[in-house]
Unconditional design. Structure first.
Length: 405
């Protein structure tokens, strides 16, 4: 018999159906936000709160649920639900990752402090209570700066500020208004000049890494040109091996017992430095690319570990390299688009997932993993796979017009 599971679900995130309906879940209760994208079945108890990040509101809602039904485990697979999940587990004495460790992974300022204390190389950083304190941070760190919410995800409300004049211009933009409205402080970081950006995805149980894979982004996330993608590196790649060591150090520094992790690294003139780490699967279809290439299902492992179960890993040998790209998207109505058949016919393409089609209306406030389609290519070497991705991007056409309000 499955567990009574409480799922903390952020409004715009979507959980794969195979995870939402997994047999390990006996009864599913959901706390989500108004306007949620995910659809649930008739047997699911769905509760809404204005924001899953409001810990006092969440505590009261869980108490209300507990008066009607036992909760065995909390499942929080999305970034903005991590702190609340840790708090609720600690407050109500539920098993799983508690507040301290959840805060280490979701609070970027605390995370960087732990990294630095543990000996991991990081860029300079400083806590900023509001935009007005950014110039003071720049006096210590130097320009350019990256400013971001202390707790956040998907590169939402993240900006690169190049200097004092650019900062003054930024302060007059709608993006600055959104930053001022944030309920959390900001983290200011010295912008890193990088030659490459990487991500490292892993499954950890009882403090030990059971599975890991390292990938190189097609271009750095904050400076990419229209699309986001990555290529899984071969197991013997030196950078992947170095990431393996640094990830183990990060997991130890933050005190993780069990969970799925997604960590980012920057290649600089001084070597590889640690970016951020999250205790959840990567966004977009990055987990699907990893599942195709290695057999590791990060979503299923995330659920199993949250339920106190050992992950059922069905790994396979890595053949060549697999790369994928999230093709560009912007708000408005899609009036023209390269078809799925045309994309599938391009060299080295092994799969195409169309996420948006001609006639669809795309909402505003997209995140870093938003896409109109995802294309997967396979090759013998990373350079060949990345060249195939560039061909896909060059051939892809999408025409989006503003939607009349």
């Amino acid at each position: 018999m499955g567990s009574n599971v409480l799922l903390l679900h952020v409004m715009k995130n979507v959980l794969p159906d195979r995870i939402r309906t997994a047999e390990e879940i006996g009864h599913l209760t959901v706390i989500t936000e108004p306007g949620h994208v995910q659809q649930y079945g008739p047997d699911v108890d769905v509760h809404t709160v204005p924001s899953v990040q409001n810990l006092e509101v969440m505590r009261a809602k869980v108490l209300e649920i507990l008066r009607e039904r036992r909760i065995d485990r909390i499942f929080a697979p999305f970034e903005l639900g991590q702190s609340a999940a840790g708090y609720l587990r600690s407050y109500f004495g539920l098993p799983g990752t508690g507040l301290d460790v959840a805060n280490n992974f979701s609070n970027k300022y605390v995370m960087k402090q732990r990294f630095a204390a543990g000996g991991l190389p990081v860029t300079g950083f400083r806590l900023v209570a509001g935009l007005h304190q950014v110039p003071e941070a720049a006096a210590h760190l130097g320009w350019p700066l990256v400013i971001k919410p202390m707790i956040g995800g998907g590169s939402i409300n993240v900006s690169v500020i190049h200097g004092p004049e650019h900062f003054e211009e930024f302060c007059r933009t709608p993006a600055a208004e959104r930053v001022r409205a944030l309920p959390v402080p900001l983290l200011a970081e010295r912008f890193v000049e990088m030659s490459a950006e990487y991500h490292f995805d892993a499954i950890v149980e009882n403090g030990q890494v059971l599975f890991s894979v390292g990938s190189r982004y097609t271009s750095p996330v904050l400076t990419r040109d229209g699309f986001l993608g990555s290529c899984i590196l071969p197991p013997d790649d030196p950078t992947r091996q170095r990431m393996t060591e640094m990830h183990a150090q990060a997991v130890s520094s933050l005190g993780l017992d069990s969970g799925v992790t997604h960590m980012e690294f920057f290649e600089t003139s001084d070597g590889l430095i640690a970016g951020e780490i999250a205790c959840r699967p990567a966004g977009g279809l990055f987990p699907e690319s990893i599942r195709m290439h290695t057999g590791a299902d990060l979503w299923r492992a995330c659920l199993e570990l949250a339920l106190g179960l050992s992950p059922k890993l069905e790994l396979k040998d890595e053949e060549g390299v697999l790369a994928h790209c999230h093709l560009p998207i912007s708000p408005g109505r899609i009036v023209e688009q390269t078809t799925e058949e045309e994309l599938a016919a391009l060299p080295s393409v092994v799969r195409v997932d169309m996420l948006r089609r001609k006639g669809d209306v795309v909402p505003a406030h997209l995140n870093s993993a938003s896409a109109s389609a995802v294309v997967y290519v396979r090759a013998d070497r990373p350079e060949e796979a990345e060249a195939a991705i560039r061909r896909v991007v060059e051939e892809y056409r999408i025409d989006i017009v503003p939607e009349e309000v």
